[in-house]
Design a protein around this ligand. Sequence first.
Ligand code: HSE
Length: 413
Amino acid sequence: MAKIAVLGYGVVGSGTVEVFYKNKENLEKKAGEPLDIKYILDVRDFPDSPYADKFVKDFNIILNDPEVGVIAEVIGGLKYSYGYVKSALEAGKSVVTSNKELVAAKGAELLAIAKEKNVNFFFEASVGGGIPIIKPIHACLEANEIDEIAGILNGTTNFILTKMIREGMDFADALKIAQELGYAEHDPTADVEGIDACRKICILASLAFGRHVYPDNVHTEGITKVTLRDVEYMESFGAKIKLIGCARREDNDEISIGVFPAVIKDESQLAGVNDVFNAILVRGDATGDVVFYGKGAGKLPTASAVVSDIVSAVKHSDTSRSLTWSDSDQSFVRPFERFMCGNYIRLTAKNADAAKASVKEVFGNVEYLSSKNQPENELAFVTGVMSEKEAVDACGKMAESAEVTARIRVLDY
Ligand code: HSE
């Protein structure tokens, strides 16, 4: 009998317990032995819960119980989780987690401890909610050099952008609904400012390129500056605005990485990803593009990934070998000013026709866009591919004769 402990009984924790007991019989067949949750750790009391007898408040009860072989950490944040997970691994217990903040900040260290102790540290639920992506990258796409990963990695912001695009709903109302549905983080700043997506692209990049990428080294922007005006221009370009996390292999053994709202052409598989759904495109040198799609947030989809990791941890005691990356000094992360892409730019000028001459001089040939309610003194256009530095400098030059009101990068997937 494998005994499990669940740390945290919030949205994902309660979902984990629910999925576990709903599918217990089947999970036991897959694990090859009986399973049970022995403890649930939470600071709150749940006297009416059917699992009331399992609740404990002291982590040491779990840590010191030799019967517990697998711990599911679903508390989130770093404050308690890091210490709990580290000491559990050091004590020779396998850990599974949905905590992207923990994996993005401490993944290299925790993977090294797991390897040393010959136990597992799994985190399928940390990226893409219910979408299988961690295991596919390290176990199914092993034959490939991964050239690029790009994804819609945050359900809350994708939900908000979808509401803005389809219903013209304003930002605050859409965020409120996402919070009510249990998609958003405790502090939704992490969602709307791109911090959550940044943690997730760091995890994917670390796995794909074999060296830990820390969030502090990643250029990160959220969706708070995306306006309905910009969304309207996208119709004439045949594109959508999505919050994208991307990482690509460059020459000189470097990678480019960033999180920002991006214009994605409608032909791309990423453009049609709506509501709370996430999609992750992995470009392998043998497979070409492979796209993973599904619900990226929410109680049961995320719990599905946690419970699957629990079963894997029970079944395999030595699978940590291929799921690993090394720590790194970050010198392989290319400065963002060298990031290459096209740019959508919106500006207002006293005389829009006269401004077109300056646009040509500063940005070269561009494609002009139009929108239903376009003011006479407004121009919107898409440039060719240039570096981030060139784009910033060009906008600065353009600002001498016009007001640049928006710049959104254009990505080609
Ligand atoms: N707040 C996250 C999201 C939850 O909206 O995607 C899943 O990681």
